[in-house]
Design a protein around this ligand. Structure first.
Ligand SMILES: *Cc1c(COP(=O)(O)O)cnc(C)c1O
Length: 387
């Protein structure tokens, strides 16, 4: 019926003349002596923004995680704890290193790893706890850091989705032993592809810096002389130039994300049974991906949502499947929430230049779905709370 309305994308970068000017300068002049200028500047700006000591620009968040885990010496026989609700990028490096991922359940309201489940699954083999701040929602860092401290196990933050998120005054990605970020084209800050490794631990920084340069230490005076096998996960100067432009606009980029989530909340907040990304007191949700979860009793399922949004020519995406439902891992249905929530949830569009009319088109789909489900029922628990 609304198939003739223009398509609403789910994410889309915001690239202005500033980013174009920097990238053009990098392409025209960023060679020879100047071939690292934008990279160095991007790393400095990013570390300063985060309040972290050091940052290393990478080709992806996956690469940053791979190098960080490798630098900790994680490998065969080691266990790494992470949430079952995650993108594949968080677990792939664990598998590549020969370690065993331990997939745990999430909390029903934050959709982030359940600290009590973490505590229960610590073994003598546990070498790291990965806290993924899903969709910009924050993990309970107080409890996770406390568990890590008591057991002598590092907490690592996958902050790929959490630029702009703040936990009690500290930015996501700056609280663990190290943090990783993604600048993929769908993320709040983008360089097309790209990532960042962040730490305030000087020794770990040196280790990863060497690993990131094919094992060549920066104080090695011999040419073409790696001291160990490393990685090649570098960011190019041209990508970093885009990143420098985006960094200058970071407050605007994250503020707009938060505005869009707030607009969804204002339009859907009166409905019982619909939960959006939580805004926990004392924290800031960077709101990378506004997501709606529907109470099971509403009967609004993933399939129904996908069909309704497709009919309205809106690109809404499914909530992450639990990693343990994928073919390469064993099912772990005891992760109740990680398995249950995706069946009744949907990611909503949230790109920078999205208009209020477009946000209205998205919420109309949901309002109509709720109305059609409740009119079929005898009791109407999901009608708007107030007239
Ligand atoms: C996007 C994302 C990544 C991976 O980022 P890349 O830059 O594509 O490697 C990792 N973890 C999470 C949670 C993500 O959303």
């Amino acid at each position: 019926m609304s198939g003739h309305l223009p398509r609403i994308s789910y994410t889309k970068p915001s690239i202005t003349e500033l980013e174009v000017a920097y990238a053009t300068d990098a392409a025209a002049n960023g060679w020879g002596e100047r071939c690292y200028d934008y990279i160095v500047r991007f790393e400095k700006d990013f570390a300063a923004h985060l309040g972290a000591g050091h940052a290393i620009a990478t080709s992806s968040c996956t690469g940053a995680m791979h190098m960080g885990l490798a630098a900790l010496g994680i490998g065969d026989g080691d266990e790494v704890i992470l949430a079952d609700t995650n993108w594949i990028a968080t677990v792939a490096p664990i598998v590549h290193l020969g370690a065993t991922p331990v997939f745990l359940d999430i909390l029903p309201h934050s959709w982030c790893i359940d600290p009590a489940d973490v505590e229960r699954h610590i073994t003598p083999k546990t070498r790291a706890i990965i806290a993924t701040h899903i969709y910009g929602n924050l993990c309970d860092m107080d409890r996770l850091l406390d568990i890590g401290l008591r057991h002598g196990i590092p907490v690592i933050e996958d902050a790929a989705e959490a630029i702009g998120s703040v936990w009690k005054g500290r930015r996501a990605g700056s609280m663990g032993l190290f943090g990783t970020f993604s600048f993929h084209g769908t993320k709040t800050l983008t360089t097309g592809e790209g990532g960042m490794f962040v730490t305030s631990d000087a020794a770990l920084y040196e280790k990863v810096l060497t690993l990131s340069n094919h094992g060549r230490a920066r104080n090695q005076t011999k040419q073409f002389w790696p001291d160990e096998i490393g990685f090649k996960y570098k960011m190019s100067n041209i990508q970093a130039a885009l990143g420098c432009g985006q960094m200058e606009r970071i407050e605007a980029l994250t503020a707009r994300k938060r505005e869009i989530l707030a607009s969804y909340a204002a339009r859907l907040g009166s409905f019982d049974g619909i939960s959006l990304n939580p805004q926990v007191p004392g924290t800031v949700n960077g709101a990378w991906m506004p997501t709606a979860v529907f109470d099971r009793g509403m009967g609004i399922t993933r399939d129904i949502l996908q069909q309704a949004f497709s009919d309205a020519n809106i690109d809404a995406r499914v909530f992450f499947h639990p990693l343990t439902s994928l073919p390469m891992f064993d099912d772990r249905r005891s992760n109740i929430h990680a398995w249950d929530i995706p069946e009744r949830a949907i990611n909503l569009p949230s790109y920078h230049d999205m208009t209020e009319d477009e946000i209205g088109r998205v919420t109309d789909v949901i309002v109509n779905l709720v109305a059609s489900r409740t009119s079929a029922a005898t009791d109407k628990p999901y009608l708007a709370k107030s007239a």
